[in-house]
Design a protein around this ligand. Sequence first.
Ligand SMILES: Nc1ncnc2c1ncn2[C@@H]1O[C@H](COP(=O)(O)OP(=O)(O)OP(=O)(O)O)[C@@H](O)[C@H]1O
Length: 264
Amino acid sequence: MSEALLHLDAVSKVFPISGGESVQAVDHVTFDVEENRICVLLGPSGCGKSTILRMIAGLEAPSDGAVTLHGKPVIGPARDRGMVFQAYTSFDWLSVRRNVEFGMKVNGVPHAERRERAAHFIDLVGLTKFAEAYPSQLSGGMRQRVAIARTLANGPELLLMDEPFGALDAETRWHMQELMIDIARQENTTMVIVTHDIEEAIFLADKIIFLSSHPGRLKEVIVPEFKHGARIDDKEHIVQLPGYAELEQKIMRLMREEGSREEQ
Ligand SMILES: Nc1ncnc2c1ncn2[C@@H]1O[C@H](COP(=O)(O)OP(=O)(O)OP(=O)(O)O)[C@@H](O)[C@H]1O
């Protein structure tokens, strides 16, 4: 039985805006993320997905409620959480290998261990042949692989990803999604991934946290039961499984409901 690594307890976020006004982005959201599982935050645009992820990362403080990791409150960014953003964030003047080694170097990891860990994670994301290449010589998908390897090499307990494949073309996106399943299987990485892509959510998630439109409230926790807990790394296969189409329709219906609520 997997235990909860991350717990959000009635977390809210209110942002002050100009003229003394404020906007409530997140409203009393509670959920758990168990160790070695992939949790996807899904919901219509502006429902607070990124804000929730930033609170988990410690980049924003909750206005109310608490985020805890292993029962300890999150009070700021730390090495136990690694974040991958949509925009490519590699250092252009460093090779792939040096990009992946960078965080470890800052953290004082000895040279030989750094080399070994970098080689492992570069291999994991399929870039061994490009270890000495520079990010400008790589495609968008490959650069995102560098960001993933670099983040994982720092040994976070929790990998946080904010629309990580949003800037990629459909086919590259597909390969990246399959890669994430592979990584989860090989490394037992716990992940929280933000997306607004229903297919991506169903493919990646062990658990989907579906949020209502602005302000973000927990609408439903969806477990894709049709996968029977298996990590299926073949997208063509998963869409054909009994139960896939029904779940996709259910989530589309939820999205439509939230869309029409927003228009009222
Ligand atoms: N720093 C900020 N100051 C003021 N308002 C903010 C700030 N950050 C987010 N918001 C507001 O909070 C709400 C939620 O934003 P957030 O980016 O978390 O949503 P999202 O679900 O990730 O959206 P999308 O899917 O479009 O990326 C929005 O109304 C947004 O305008």
